[in-house]
Design a protein around this ligand. Sequence first.
Ligand SMILES: [Cu+2]
Length: 475
Amino acid sequence: MNWEMNPGRRKFLQSLGCCVTIELIPNINFAYQPKVKQLAAAPAEVPLVLEFGPATEVWAYNGQVPGPLLRYQQGDTLRIELENLLEEPTTIHWHGLRVPVTMDGVPVVSQPAVPPGEKFRYEFVLEDAGTFWYHPHVSSSKQVGKGLRGVLIVDEKVPPEVNRDVLWVLDDWRLNQEAQIVPFSGNRHDASHNGRMGNVVTVNGNIGEEFTVYPGERMRLRLVNVSNARTFSLQFKPIIPWLIALDGHPVTPRKIDDEQVVLGAGQRADLIVDIPESPSESLPVIDHSFGSEFAYELMHLVFDSTQTYSSSVSAPAKLPANPVPAPNLHQAIKHKMVFEGGAMGGLSGAILNGTYLNMRELVERDKFWALNGMVPDDVLTDPPILTLKRGQSYIFELINRTAFEHPIHLHGHSVFVISANELPVEFPMIRDTILIAPNEKQEIAFVADNPGIWMFHCHVLEHQETGMTSMIAVI
Ligand SMILES: [Cu+2]
């Protein structure tokens, strides 16, 4: 078996054509979604490791990993019928989309989970343009980790001018020697450290690592990190891409020079990538997520000169803002959110169901993480940790007192990141998932404008399932 992550195998890879590309040529009608699209969640087999091993048994939407690319225009109504062909209940959560709570896919608070053999129809208006994704919110570590994840693109009414619109779905799998997913057995080491890290990284569902580019072309590259736990830190040098959106929301375009494009679990980034006119021998995309010592080549850009373009030199225009209400920082009510626990975290204990338990007692209950000194018993039925007033602005001070980074995700809202470690952020951004480094503090601000009970949790799914999750009510 030679499909595992080692540099040698790359030599054997052919041009894989593995990546979803969508030509953006004026006057071509996109195949937008039919009125109601069906998504069936079911077991399937997919060639994750290609010719290097057997097909991998997964759970998939419509037999595909990643699931079908859903594509709409801003303002469209999404209508999706989920059919559950698994042997356990499931739902779909629309990550990053500001939807009514009944469409949010969280069992109990949004909808009863869809039992095996049954269907559920999701229907809501797509208010925000951008790059989003979808996945279950039931037994998340297992159901998402077994392959139930797909991307949803909402096009701007006037998309930016590019030669190609390209999607890379970045994923991480823990496979055994037979290329099968290592069972999800509630691994306490994963849960108390940095989550379920895999040993195989895929882009758009297989380990292909060559991507064809055309001299002089301008690509919009949409990066989506759908992995359970892994953070990607991508470097495109010698290419210097423009960053144009984070978590679907536009940023003032800026060149990513010495910076890396960092994507915590659940996060997205949209880039404009200008390919040089003169083909060069080597254009690697390197992932530095475990530091330069463990850097590896995620993708190799290969030139095809049968098609050429005149390279763009102008800065891309800023995308039109989504209608996210701006918080009033002067009148905002502040709340501290202190994340604690995990290995090497020094947490001595926390309150569960009104009773203080020491760390040993928490670990016996598979609880490793606490928020503001509290650990949820059953987050779906526990009372919300906070009730916010609809229409009021809030500032959450997110404080990471653990030894690990955490991508913190708030449902139903998009938030303005306003400061990091007491300093105003250099580049303002609106996000739904905020990656907080160990000992870091970030402030986010938002208007609590979406009524309902919303999940607020770490998107390292093994952290989410062992205490790093809570509910926030907006009434
Ligand atoms: Cu976490």
